[in-house]
Structure formats: C-alpha cells, structure tokens
Design a protein around this ligand. Structure first.
Ligand code: COA
Length: 138
C-alpha cells in the first residue's frame, strides 16, 4: 500500500504524543511543525519528525500503529523525511536493519548532542551494542 505522507497540523500533536508515548519514543522538544503524518480518514496511523539541533538534524519519533505495520507506511514516512531533510541527516535507533535499506550507515563518531539520545535509549535497558547512530548523506 502506498501511503500519502503529509505535514502535520497543530491539531495532530495530541494524538501523535499519545501514540508516541505508547511506543516509548522520544518526545523531547516536540512541536507539530516537525512532523509528517499518514492518516486514514481523520485518524493518524503513522508519524515521524525531523529534530533539528544546532549541530545536526535527525530523523526521530517514527511510529506506525500496530494494526497498520508492514504495509510500507513506516518506509514512506522515512522517505518523506529524508526528502525534506538537509543533505546530512542522522538517526539514533535500536532497529538498524530498518534504516539500512534507506542508505543510513552506522557511524562511531557523531555530533555530541546525539549522545543524549543514546542515553535516552539506555533508559529502556538497551546496551551500547544495541544502540546505533546512523548517518545518511544525500
Ligand atoms: C519501525 C516501524 C515504524 C516500521 O513501520 P512499518 O510501517 O511497519 O514499516 P514498513 O511496512 O514500511 O516496513 C516494514 C519493514 O521493516 C521491517 N521492520 C519493522 N520493524 C522492524 C524492527 N523493529 N527491526 C527491524 N526491521 C523492522 C519489517 O521487517 C519490514 O521489512 P521488509 O520490508 O524487508 O519486509 C513500526 O514497526 C513501529 O512503529 N515500531 C514501533 C516504534 C519504533 O520502533 N519506531 C522506530 C523508532 S527509531
């Protein structure tokens, strides 16, 4: 199924936060302007954001509701984010295989601000060799 990915609007934020919390995703410094969403009728079925720091930009907070997974929605969201991202974009994740297929590559050296995100993953009992910082260059 190919999904239409559109920019979020202010009214979407409450539902995004509700869903992202239930998936244990990063909700630090969220604003609706960062997000793109996939919707079915008026409900959000998937979302993701670009989080910008002074030093870099990362793809973050990507989620798809469980009933709609494995239908290409997560892929469409990441592709849409890559399209609007600057030439270099990072992701910090525990599912490297999902991001490899877009061309993200695991890196050992990365902007120090992303260490905070690595530490966030550790709060959920992931250890160093399960957490990947990955970079994509257009
Ligand atoms: C990860 C997630 C966004 C994928 O969304 P989706 O709509 O199911 O993804 P797609 O249908 O586009 O892609 C499915 C592919 O991703 C793979 N995939 C899904 N979850 C994965 C995971 N946890 N680890 C590795 N690969 C995964 C599937 O095996 C499938 O592979 P294939 O295309 O080779 O068959 C979704 O499973 C989700 O919301 N998970 C919970 C939140 C989360 O972990 N977010 C990532 C934060 S960085």
């Amino acid at each position: 199924m190919s999904s239409r990915i559109i920019p979020a609007v202010a009214a979407d934020l409450k539902e995004i936060i509700f869903l992202a919390k239930s998936f244990d995703l990063d909700l630090e410094d969220v604003s609706w302007q960062q997000f793109v969403v996939a919707k079915k009728e008026k409900s959000i079925i998937g979302f993701g954001r670009l989080r910008s720091y002074l030093e870099c930009t990362e793809v973050a907070t990507v989620g798809v509701i469980s009933e709609k997974r494995n239908q290409g929605i997560g892929t469409a969201i990441v592709k849409a984010l890559i399209q609007i991202a600057p030439s270099e974009v990072f992701v910090t994740c525990v599912i490297p295989d999902f991001f490899l297929k877009f061309g993200f590559e695991s890196v050992k050296q990365y902007p120090s601000v992303l260490q905070k995100k690595v530490d966030f993953c550790k709060l959920y009992d992931f250890n160093d060799d399960q957490i990947f910082v990955m970079r994509f260059n257009k």
